[in-house]
Design a protein around this ligand. Structure first.
Ligand SMILES: [Zn+2]
Length: 325
């Protein structure tokens, strides 16, 4: 088991142990009670911590994509209507994930919906918060760990710099996990969208199939009970583990962006424990809803409770002003 995998496993055990606390939105960690610095000082400190870090480990979660307009997953809002128009009218789903849980009458209709979902993220431009983050990281040694499946980071960076531990919309796996192979989903999705036109179902012979068993394919993503945790998955954990161990002893900045309360075990708690374990490191989180900072790392940590898009934009402005001066 890889170094980071082990940290996630410990956090998962903690989650089971204190399930009721987590389920009610809480945390078993003792939190700092210090009042936060004023917002402008926090932005200044964010820019300074990035500048002085030897290495930045970015942990990008759902809030980061949501801040950039990728907010169609959990509610029926303007962006859901924009990308899922046909299905929003016909089925009145409360967001993209609700459609994934729907009991579809035919596989052709299900795949019409799934292709629409995948096509939306595969073809989305790089969103503004990601570009601002990239500006902040210019010239720094960094690595990205993400739970986002929407391929935003791999549009910006080479795969060697990104670990996608919950899958990636560009790949299919066997729905029954009969093989450890994953394969391209981009071209089949494009073809399904084209064949579907204004309809809501794909032609029967275009339902993607596993080349090994002939059963249906499925996107390579966690969340539906059949996530293929084979070679490709292990590679993601190995990448992030290597990057941390290579910089152990240096001034690492753990930069957590947009972690929700449902999955603290993948980024947040490993980052807390790494910060605690390595005294020369720093921890900064940006979150629009929660400001959870463990008391044990309050001297080396900060949470900016504000909209991520605004924080990153403001930090870029501060950085650029400093560079002009
Ligand atoms: Zn198969």
């Amino acid at each position: 088991m890889s170094y980071y995998d082990n940290l996630v496993m410990q956090a998962q055990m903690k989650y089971s142990l204190y399930y009721d606390t987590y389920a009610s939105g809480g945390t078993p960690y003792r939190l700092s009670t210090r009042p936060p610095q004023p917002y402008t000082e926090q932005i200044q400190r964010l820019v300074e911590e990035i500048a002085t870090a030897d290495f930045v480990l970015v942990g990008g979660a759902s809030g980061l994509s949501a801040a950039g307009g990728g907010d169609f997953y959990y509610e029926d809002n303007a962006s859901f209507r924009k990308y899922f128009r046909k299905y929003a009218r016909k089925y009145h789903f409360q967001g993209a994930f609700a459609g994934m849980m729907h009991r579809w009458e035919t596989r052709e209709e299900f795949w019409g919906y799934l292709a629409t979902f995948l096509h939306t993220t595969q073809t989305a431009p790089i969103r503004r918060p990601y570009l601002d983050l990239d500006t902040l990281l210019k010239g720094k040694d960094f690595f990205v760990l993400t739970t986002n499946q929407d391929t935003q980071f791999v549009k910006l960076y080479p795969e060697a710099k990104v670990a996608e531990i919950q899958g990636d919309h560009r790949f299919f796996q066997c729905a029954a996990c009969c093989t450890d192979d994953t394969w391209d989903a981009v071209e089949p999705v494009r073809a399904m969208i084209e064949a579907m036109g204004e309809g809501t179902a794909v032609p029967r012979d275009m339902v993607p199939r596993c080349p090994h068993c002939g059963g249906e394919a499925f996107p390579w993503v966690r969340g539906y009970g059949n996530f293929l945790q084979g070679k490709k998955y292990e590679e993601q954990y190995e990448k992030v583990s290597r990057s941390i161990l290579a910089h152990k002893g240096e001034r690492i900045l753990f930069l957590e962006l947009g972690v929700g309360r449902l999955t603290p075990m993948f980024i947040q708690e490993p980052f807390w424990n790494l910060t605690l374990a390595f005294p020369q490191t720093r921890y900064i989180a940006v979150n629009d809803r929660y400001s959870y900072l463990p008391a044990q790392i309050e001297d080396r940590g900060m949470v900016i409770k504000a909209d991520i898009a605004t924080v990153l934009r403001d930090a870029v402005a501060v950085k650029q002003k400093e560079e002009m001066a």
